[in-house]
Design a protein around this ligand. Sequence first.
Ligand SMILES: [Zn+2]
Length: 319
Amino acid sequence: MTFVRTILGDISPESMGLTYSHEHVVIDNSYATELNPGFLLNDETRIVVELREFYKNGGRSMVDTMPANCGRNPLLSATISKASQVHLIVPTGLHLEQYYPVRHWRYQLNEDQITQLFIDDVQIGIDRFDYNGPLVKRTEHRAGLIKLATGKAPFNQHQEMIFRAVVNTHRHTGVPILTHTEFGEMALEQAKLFDRLGADLNHVVLSHVDRKVDPDYHRQVLDTGVRLEYDSAFRWKDPNPNGTYQLLKTLLPQYSNQIVMGMDAARNRYWRSYGGLPGLSFLLTDFKSDLDHMGLGEYYQKIFYQVPQKLYSFQRIES
Ligand SMILES: [Zn+2]
């Protein structure tokens, strides 16, 4: 029996309901927020207000995407999920190098040690201290996703080691994989490396690829079998055409089983409850009517229900 692992426990894929695929619900004080104070998202009241609005508009699940030692707070995530009734999937894994100090454990530990930290987050529970060390105190709240991130440059040895640790964890536990790409660059290389390492590409999703508006490139990546996540629908500003909409128009008819969407609203100025815009309900309101106007309304269910349910379910490859 397959399942989806949320911060409050395992649920059936069908119970996910309408799902956003790349969110930042909680970003607590961390090295990343010291560098980027605009990232800070730890005001329980405001987060619950925004998520209740999402729920009222029909939203039911969010995939939160801050990985290990980058602002996770499993207890706060659990509290927010309970208060808002929104299912939260919280990841393990690692973000871009720029979000960690130079002597971070990611550079000190070997592949097996990092794999074990990831596996324990998935199977036992996320560390209360978010692997900030030196002690680990596991909560009952388990990770339901594993993340890695690459930039615009070819992968270096350290990044390749992280890929192996992520795929080891994925194969051993069945946890699905989500990546960060920098403006869609290196997406094809990510897909090919996951394939070589033996990942199940039906459970791998590459994020932010719509920032590279090149349909032929998207086709090449989609033809490997991975899923793509688009999250810039609200970012394009006049007079520029909406690149995300161009891609959806071109690609949805052929690849509707491989495209999911989110907001990636990692700055509190995008949240209504923090006084910002457009608010996390954008995809349920403005975007939904835009999709209808483009004649793509029939794909709404796939983007937000069917594809996420399969993608985020656990599928174990080895025991
Ligand atoms: Zn993100």
